[in-house]
Every structure is written in structure tokens, then in C-alpha cells.
Ligand binder design. Sequence first.
Ligand SMILES: C[S@@+](CC[C@H](N)C(=O)[O-])C[C@H]1O[C@@H](n2cnc3c(N)ncnc32)[C@H](O)[C@@H]1O
Length: 328
Amino acid sequence: MADTADVWALSDLATPWCLRVAVTLGVAEHLARGTTKIDDLAREADCDADSLARVLRHLVDRGVFEEPAEGEFALNDAARVLVEPGALRGNLGLDGWGGRIAGAWSGLLTAVRTGRPAYEKVFGLPYWEDMDAHPHIAASYDAQMSEGGRAVPDPAVLIDGGWEDVRHVVDVGGGTGAMLAETLRAHPHLRGTLVDLPRTVARSDEVFASAGVADRVTVSGQSFFDPLPAGADVYLLTRLLLDWPDDQAVALLTRCAEAAAPHGRVVVDGCVSPGRTPPRGGLMVMILTGGKARNLDQFSALAAEAGLTVTASGTAPSGRFIIECRPS
Ligand SMILES: C[S@@+](CC[C@H](N)C(=O)[O-])C[C@H]1O[C@@H](n2cnc3c(N)ncnc32)[C@H](O)[C@@H]1O
């Protein structure tokens, strides 16, 4: 049973912020390179030594970093994770997209009071416009999505039959192409089209080249609310619908239905939970864009509005719930 101390611990904001500050200042990297004394650390991180020491001692008390001698810090197992390449550092660093995500939480009360996204109130522009206005934040967002996307190529994503009969797949909102590249690499007979915003597809060349699939890919830098490349066999929507409120989710699915008609399929990978139970998660997108998590019943209703019928659904080896639809 939780007591007052447990609730205080749950409400702690110091630890999440201290972690982010340490990551942003690159403390773990400085330690890994052998800089251990607080004055040297502060000089390399370009910050105030006393303040940094206080932040690091808070983290030491929470099990991240060690202070083997007064004023001298060291990595421990938890801190070593911060040196590893991957999504963690990008998500925690306050200079890029991680800073937007951290700061956006201050809009939660507004989002709950109004039922509307609160990002503009916090940062001055709606989420996607803010990305347009700040190229380094957008680049950091694309990099984070790409880290996540790389982890998920799921050869079994097609639940109704395999990839053998598929000739052409369109990855709608496919980011910088990490997942499409892996899918094409796994299926040498397949052609692919990447659809995403122009600034994002502009970062895909290297992804496709290093996967050795560039000759089987076309890219379309466009909004997915505009007509999509038509006539492909499969339109893939990975981790996408969560970002959008119902009316825009229907608009996006409608573009897919139009492009897939009459024989193509629309495959939704992630962001929908099976069955009818109230979906969990999606709090961040509630603040950012007004998006939401949905269950299969809720998704099926939106799909029907968009002219799609759910024809199959199931859980892939990745653990993600996949839904397949066909134009009604
Ligand atoms: C959550 S990410 C998912 C990326 C990718 N499917 C994945 O799983 O890694 C959402 C993607 O939608 C793209 N996006 C947002 N608005 C868009 C629009 N209007 N038209 C095309 N792409 C858009 C973003 O650039 C981003 O790449």
C-alpha cells in the first residue's frame, strides 16, 4: 500500500530534470574520457562547478554516477548506459527534440482543462509548425524516430498472407526510411515508396544507400493529407495514427483508401490496442498535437468513415498489434 513518502517519491521532478541536464552537458561522455574532477568536468561542460556538483550528487543518491572521493565523480553501470549510442541520449538531451518533449509536460494541465493540445501555449507555435520553424529540432525529431524505426522492421507485418505477392509498398509517414530500408532488404523482389515531409525524406538517401536498396526506392516529399502515390499493393502506417485527432486520422486513412483502391491494402502497425478495453498511453501526443491512442473498435469506426474495412488483425512477433484494411 502506498504511503505519503511513496507519493512524494512519485511526484519528484528533480531526478528527471537532473538526468536531462547531465545528459545535455555530456557528463557521462566526459567521465568516459577520463575527466573526473568537478572543476575539470565543469570546464569541459561549460557550466558552473558548484551547481553541477549538486546536480550530480542528487543523481549519485538516486543510483546514477558515483562520487568515490569528494569532488570526483565516476561512471557506474546506470551512468554507462548514457554513453551508449541510441535513442536514450537523444530523448533526454534538452538541446534538441528531447527539450521540447520535457518542456511540453508543463502543458499537461492546459491540455486536460481544455481538451486541446497545449504545445502552442508552451512553445508559441503548434507542434508541426514549430518543427517547420526550427530545423535543428526537426532534425533531432527525425533522428529519434529513425532510432525507433530501426528497431521495428517486422517481416511478419503482413498478417493476411506473406510478402511474396506484394510488389510495391508505400511507407506513409515513414520518416527517414529506416523501416522501409529494412523491409526492402528482407524482401529483394519488393519496390518501395517513402512518403514523408520534404525535409524528412531529404535525409533518407544515406539510409537507403547503406541498406543497398536505393535502386528499388522512390521518395515522395509531400504531406500525407494530399493525394498519395496510387496503385501500390500495401500502404504501411507505422506508429503514425497516435499523432492525430480523429478528424485528421480519418483524412489520412481516406488518402490511403483512395490510393489503395481497388486492390491494395492498408496496414496499420502500432498505436492501436486489441479489443475494446480503454487504450492506455498517448499522454504526450495529447499535449503535443491532440492525438490519441485507440482500441480496435475505435479504429474500425474511423476506418469505416475513411472507406476502409478491417479484414484482419493480430499481434506480430515484435509484440505490436497489426491491423489490415481494404477499401470498402
Ligand atoms: C511518429 S513518426 C513515425 C515515423 C515512422 N513511421 C516510424 O515508425 O519510425 C511520424 C512521421 O510523420 C511525419 N509527418 C508528420 N506530418 C506529416 C504530413 N503532414 N505529411 C507527411 N508526413 C508527416 C513526420 O515527419 C514523421 O516522420
